[in-house]
Write a protein that binds this ligand. Structure first.
Ligand code: LCS
Length: 394
């Protein structure tokens, strides 16, 4: 077929399916082989030099992992994807590839705690200058740009405040100054938002979340054009070795088959939970891109086709009240991670964002009374019942 496949069709069909040569298996087989035979010495040399495509060794890629990489590139409207062993591996590899001693990076001040730790606390040890800014404030971003600036990094919606960062504006700033723009698109993966189409150079994913979708794997990805991804592969990926196992790739391929239906249902469930929380007397404020009360609704509608299913809220009574609430839910699991089929609840200040100092948390706006919920595929009435009974015990 020559037409560009629609999202849910390509999620099923792009990759190895239909071309599996041995038995005509309709699912992508798991190829455990760590190495691949060359038909001749010349062929081996051509593959190593990059002049000819073909398998070499599974640290570079592997048929199962390559099938996933093709799917990931198609999902994000990119040309090439690299699968990594975790989302953090994708982040650290991409940043270490682009930065060296004497360079600087501009990052939005609200990001996942692990990414914050790496950027704000570890990169300076390598002589990289770090500016954590409000990336929606153009003047603040531009005031930090000089000839050492190599990367602009952000995620949107942000973890855990669900704040929206203007993708197009930062892509424009990056292009104007010749700076590589990198977006962690995990919180609103396709079919919700397409940063590469908006001019961003590189998209990062934690596949552990929506894309894997079932809380049974850890994985990550780096996606972009051949021009941006090929150098990462040839100069860094194969030497740093953040490779994904073919067993993991198999599970993620399976997760992708249902990505669209899962995410659309999870969004509906999350909106119901958000409405319940917004009306609850023990709740101070709810952060969810799908609520009319979200302060950036215009930007949400402009750059997102959907909302994702993560929300956070401030509970009245501070940390003590929040602790009681999360200890008393029965159906929703007290656990980090997000985007998967089961609902999870956590306390960012002491868990996912505990790497930040309390001053950094204050600057980012992450209050001790903040609770985050990732809404899964349970019936929302059951989730609301669970939260209601837990609030009664606070
Ligand atoms: N990017 C974002 C936005 C994340 O939230 C996370 C993990 C990562 C990257 C790292 O991905 P991983 O290496 O775990 O695959 N976020 C987590 C969270 O909010 N709860 O648990 C992990």
């Amino acid at each position: 077929m020559k037409n560009k496949l629609k999202f849910s069709t390509q999620n099923l069909h792009v990759g190895l399916r239909k071309s599996e040569p041995t038995f005509g298996s309709v699912v992508t087989p798991i190829y455990p082989s760590s190495t691949f035979q060359f038909p001749t010495a010349k062929e081996g040399a051509l593959r190593f030099s990059g002049k000819k495509k073909g398998l070499i060794y599974s640290r570079f890629t592997n048929p199962t992992v390559y099938a996933l990489e093709k799917k990931l590139a198609a999902i994000e409207n990119g040309e090439r994807a690299l699968a990594t062993s975790s989302g953090m591996a994708a982040i650290t590899l991409t940043l270490l590839h682009h930065l060296k001693h004497g360079d600087s990076i501009i990052a939005h001040k609200v990001i996942y705690g692990g990414a914050f730790e790496f950027i704000a606390h570890i990169l300076p040890k390598f002589g990289v200058t770090v500016h954590m800014v409000n990336a929606n404030n153009r003047a603040e971003v531009e005031s930090k740009i000089d000839k050492t600036t190599k990367v602009i990094y952000f995620e949107t919606p942000t973890n855990p405040l669900l704040e929206i960062v203007d993708i197009q504006k930062l892509a424009e700033i990056g292009k104007k100054h010749g700076i590589t723009t990198i977006v962690d698109n995990m919180f609103a993966p396709p079919p919700i938002q397409y940063p590469l189409d908006m001019g961003i150079d590189i998209v990062i994913h934690s596949l552990t979340k929506y894309i894997g979708g079932h809380s049974d794997v850890i994985g990550g990805a780096i996606i972009g054009s051949h021009k941006t991804i090929d150098p990462i592969f040839f100069q860094s990926y194969i030497f740093f070795g953040p490779t994904m196992s073919p067993y993991t790739a198999y599970f993620i391929i399976r997760g992708i088959s249902t990505l669209e239906v899962r995410i659309r249902q999870q969004e509906k469930n999350a909106l119901a939970v958000a409405h319940f929380l917004e009306a609850h007397p023990q709740v101070e404020r709810v952060f969810f891109p799908g609520l009319d009360s979200h302060p950036q609704r215009t930007l949400v509608k402009r750059q997102m086709n959907g909302t994702g299913s993560v929300l956070s809220f401030l509970i009245k009574g501070g940390y003590k009240a929040g602790e009681k609430l999360v200890n008393n839910v029965e159906l929703i699991a007290l656990a980090v991670s997000l985007g998967c089929v089961e609902s999870l609840i956590e306390h960012p200040a002491s868990m996912t964002h505990s790497e930040l100092t309390s001053q950094e948390r204050t600057k980012a706006g992450i209050d001790d009374a903040l609770i985050r919920i990732s809404v899964g595929l349970e019936d929302p009435e059951d989730l609301i019942y669970d939260l209601k009974q837990a609030f009664e015990k606070v």
